[in-house]
Design a protein around this ligand. Structure first.
Ligand SMILES: Cc1cc2nc3c(=O)[nH]c(=O)nc-3n(C[C@H](O)[C@H](O)[C@H](O)COP(=O)(O)OP(=O)(O)OC[C@H]3O[C@@H](n4cnc5c(N)ncnc54)[C@H](O)[C@@H]3O)c2cc1C
Length: 443
């Protein structure tokens, strides 16, 4: 129920340069919805921030009126229910400043990776972006950021140099290794419960060449899927760090199941082609693996670009042996009950397990693989993960939790000691729970 007094809202609207919207206003529905159509949040108030000062005013307003407040850039990762609270829309904060000499990008809260990838590629550089260039850069980094090129360059969160963040008291502060280090630690992996980040300064990596794309295999029978999946598993066990790969089973509504092998090789095309040759021998239906402009890195996964409804769940795996392959084919192959649009198994390793220069809340334990399942039916997606639980590290990956159930699972993204430390930062920085984070309140 909206109990915020109208004069107070009018006062806020006067202090804010962007739009302030209430239920019933023309742009309210457009502003509250995002990429995941399964998230139907109905905030009491939406603030379309055009500056860090707008964000600060919105947070102060929420704190003064006992309301909760969270940010939304694109809605790819929406998951914390915000009915009756204040939603800060950040998409108008879309400034990008690139310093190619220093290999740094300064990105505002509403920037999508695509806006960084393209200018960086022109300078022979790349951000450590994920599979979809349409995802918001800041929230991806706050969730840890598993990049397409993760085996080669490590986690996205480890390339964050500095953050500017509005804290629960409405102050804009900087967080880095030497200032507000508790926030810097918590925000890199702990995501949204500590403040609203207005700007992130991130390091770019040199990426002069890329060889990548997808091999798509028919998956009409369980035997066909199993052949590809076993071959991928064995092949991916002995790869150089420059090679990054994932295996996915994809079933778009109404379409047949296909098996996708995703390839991103950060090196010479001839070397990449030599590595990929054994997989080509399996006879893919389609083969888009080729020299690729780093600006077109989104072609490796070819993620959907139009909004869809989904429940997304994750499990980190300590291993993915032949029995795990068979289990996955059983629950997500052509004979599976259905309800799942995609399962994605990413081979980790390489640079990902290396100790970060600055400690962070992201903690992937001993994971060698990331498993994500995405579907319309939460029971079906969780059933996939349940079947693979014997191979799990016990942890989930926060960025791969999306949809209405995400908040309830978030505590499973952290070992108990990390969760306890996050909860301590939360108590210190946001004692009244202005920023919703149910998993931290419970610890
Ligand atoms: C198709 C697809 C592909 C993906 N690929 C990858 C991948 O390869 N690797 C990976 O690591 N992740 C990946 N993700 C997950 C993605 O990184 C997360 O969902 C991320 O949170 C999305 O950020 P957003 O700004 O686009 O989404 P939003 O829904 O706008 O934000 C998600 C949440 O982050 C918080 N938040 C947003 N902005 C801020 C801010 N400025 N300050 C503080 N908190 C904030 C809020 O709690 C918000 O609910 C993918 C997701 C999808 C849907």
């Amino acid at each position: 129920m909206d109990t915020t007094p109208r004069p107070a809202v009018a006062g806020l609207a006067r202090r804010i340069d962007g739009p302030v919207l209430r239920p019933g206003d023309d742009d309210y529905d457009r502003e509250r919805s995002g990429f995941n159509l399964a998230v139907d949040q109905r905030p009491a108030l939406i603030v379309g921030a055009v500056s860090a000062a707008d964000v600060a005013a919105a947070v102060r307003f929420a704190a003064d009126h006992g309301l909760r407040v969270t940010a939304q850039a694109t809605g790819h990762g929406a998951g914390v229910p915000l009915d009756g609270g204040v939603l800060v829309g950040t998409r108008r904060l879309d400034g990008v400043r690139l310093d190619a000499g220093a290999r740094l990008a300064r990105v505002e809260a509403g920037v999508r990776w695509r806006q960084v990838i393209e200018p960086a590629a022109a300078a022979g550089l790349a951000p450590l972006s994920g599979s979809s260039p349409l995802v918001g850069a800041v929230s991806y980094l706050l969730g840890g950021g598993l990049p397409v090129l993760g085996r080669t360059f490590g986690w996205g969160a480890d390339r964050v140099r500095r953050l500017e963040v509005v804290t629960a008291d409405g102050e804009l502060v900087a967080a880095g290794p030497d200032e507000n280090a508790d926030l810097f630690w918590a925000l890199r992996g702990g995501k949204g419960g500590f403040g609203i980040v207005t700007t992130a300064e991130v390091e770019l990596v040199p990426l002069p060449r890329l060889y990548g794309g997808g091999l798509i295999f028919a998956a009409e029978s369980a035997a066909m899927v199993a052949t590809v999946a076993h071959a991928w598993r064995a092949w991916s066990a002995e790869l150089p760090e420059a090679m990054n790969t994932a295996l996915a089973f994809v079933r778009l509504p109404g379409g047949p199941l296909t098996a996708h092998v995703r390839i991103a090789y950060a090196g010479d095309a001839d070397d990449g082609a030599a590595l990929v040759r054994p997989l080509r021998g399996l006879g893919p239906l389609a083969d888009t693996v080729a020299p690729l402009s780093p600006a077109a890195i989104g072609a490796v996964y070819n993620d959907p670009t139009e909004p869809i409804p989904y429940d997304e769940r994750s499990l980190l795996l300590a291993s993915f042996d032949d029995a795990a392959v068979d289990a996955l084919v059983e629950v997500a192959g052509p004979d599976a009950p259905g309800g799942v649009i995609m399962v994605d198994v990413r081979r980790l390793g390489g640079a990902l397990p290396r100790r970060p220069e600055h400690p962070r809340a992201l903690d992937h334990g001993t994971a060698e693989f990331s498993l994500a399942a995405l579907g319309l039916d939460p029971v079906a997606t969780e059933a996939v993960l349940d079947r693979l639980r014997p191979w799990s590290t016990g942890l989930r990956f926060l960025n791969f939790l999306g949809g209405p159930a995400a908040a309830a699972l978030a505590h499973e993204a952290f070992p108990p000691e990390t969760l306890a430390r996050l909860a301590a930062v939360k108590r210190d920085r946001d004692p009244h729970g202005v920023f919703p984070a149910p998993h931290l309140a419970a610890s």
